[in-house]
Write a protein that binds this ligand. Sequence first.
Ligand code: ADP
Ligand code: MG
Length: 690
Amino acid sequence: MRPELLNPLFAPCDTLDGVGPRLKKQLTKLKIERVVDLAYHLPVQHVPRIPVERLDPAMVGQVVIAEVEVHVIDDGDGRRPTRVRVSDKSGRFASLVYFHDRGYARKILPPGEKRLISGRLDEYGDQLQIVHPDHVVSPQQRGEIPEREPVYALTEGLTNKKLSGLTATALDALPRVDEWADAHFVKSQQWPSWADALRRAHAAEDEVRAKSRLAYDELLANQVALLSIRAASRQRKGRALVGDDRLLAKFRAGLPYRLTGAQERSIAEIIGDLSQDAPMLRLLQGDVGSGKTAVALAAMLRAVEAGGQAAMLAPTELLARQHYATLNDMLLGTGVRCAILTGREKGAKRAAIYAELAAGSIDILVGTHAIFQDAVTYKDLALAVIDEQHRFGVNQRMALTAKAKVPPHLLVMTATPIPRTLTLTQFGEMDESRLDQMPPGREPVETRVISQDRLDDVVESTGRLLESGGRAYWVCPLVEESEVSGELAAAEARFALLKSRFGADVVGMVHGQMQGPDKDAVMAAFAAGNIKLLVATTVIEVGVNVPEATLMVIEQAERFGLAQLHQLRGRVGRGGGRSVCLLLRAPQISETARDRLKLIRGTNDGFEIAEKDLQLRGGGELLGTRQSGEGSYRVAVAEDIMRLADPARADAKLFLEHEGGFATSPRREAMRTLVYLFERDAAVPLLRSG
Ligand code: ADP
Ligand code: MG
């Protein structure tokens, strides 16, 4: 099915010379599995090689190129390295050091000869040395030493040199492909071809253009995929969901509150869509706490009234469980049967859910990605609700559509308001409903920014709140992904401190590495009030609902994204009373960081935060979660998206609507290759339909 052109690129890495099981494992750690992953493992930076006349102690730490004369070689043994004494043009001595050398140094560095060497200059005692020079050539071969060297993200045991070598092999294996992008546009941007762009991005030649081109390719592939799915689902007739309001009326009657105007309007818009036979594709945007769950349930009840099933996908197990509990509460007395399916339902229990789902005795299924896996068969899936869009890519959308005989209606909910440009790039065209009104009685959360220096004061006032029977969250700093263990250590240290201060029975902790049931147990204890203070890493970010909590402390707030801070803050202020959010920041922070915290302090309006944040830092964090997980871009960053998404959409439309797409466009083969390159399996049905 895949264009054959791509076979060499999709070959596993260990088909390359010199890649054995050990190296393969190291590469896997870097998420490099196939040759294409190597080609796209772009350098994080380039270091210059500095040509020098003399090996100068002032250059220690730099990568230099120098001409040297070889003197004596002191062969090493198992314990001592081989040392080659050389001198520079001024007669200054230095050593080239080789570990486990086995005669290699002697071969390339014959005593009495001149050589051009390059590597990182080190100091050893008062001696200058270069350990394992990267290049040793004769003085005439100067051109063989690159002036700038790519530096790659590495993992333990994998050297930059090794990885550079592999990458070069992968780049050599790039097939020749026809231009898939609109040729006029490519020309107007003075972009290199795809393969050249990859080579240049590695070599840091004309890097800006090269990377733009690579980013554009991804956006184009994504747009072509999204638009194709949209077009295909328009062609396939869906099913009009007609109901008699029987369940909706019961649902309304059972609610302990009145729906807000915004909720009513959104429900009406959704039900309007559902009553058409064109499949709905609608985005429900509403700030944290705006009441999206009730809207989603109303939509699902309509599906059930119409005799179909509904599925609700949550991004985490924790959220799935919470939704399940909330929905069950709201479903009391309606007779509607709701079940949950996550990685945790196993064995006989899981089998039973599968059976009931296939038989149609489950009306609503809530869960994590498990609910769209191959083994799951629905009797009649009429509506899918996706809560928190971030991790929902083209792939999953295809999987979902494949679950139903008739294309299901789709409702995507997001608590991170997304500016229009970004919704288009992320979802393609969708209709929108907005919950721009909060349920009554919500007081805005009072937000304060405090220097970390005043931690003691913060602990103090947290203590007062706990003594008076209140509940609080304490969120520990976010750290780089590479420091996950560090994040945990920091959180654990804080946990220990707070326990010693307030008593071990009052303080609990949740973090990402905990097992599901343990996490749930702690959350449940917090919800029930058995635990008063919940220390957490960002696992509590989305959806958790404990109205009694009125204080949110966030450490090193400057390290969080604004959207994320806003989400976290939304955990409090849910009970009607006054709530406080304390943002602790490092004593010294940048001007921009200051502005960002000021922004979040100044408003509780998620839509405003999203728009301003986009101006402040290009919307990176709105799309941030795309970086991990499915459907992420390899090269494109927020700036590329802002600049190139529109041209990519226009190009995709040109291809699909004016040139006849995969059926007749002159660039259909090239486009097939592109889409497959980035959207892989998701692309297969698309390409087949072409
Ligand atoms: P979201 O998912 O949009 O963040 P939820 O659906 O979790 O928000 O709702 C947040 C809280 O507000 C829940 O406790 C819910 O019961 C309550 N709620 C929802 N709608 C209303 C309303 N119209 N009036 C009062 N409370 C509401
Ligand atoms: Mg929610």
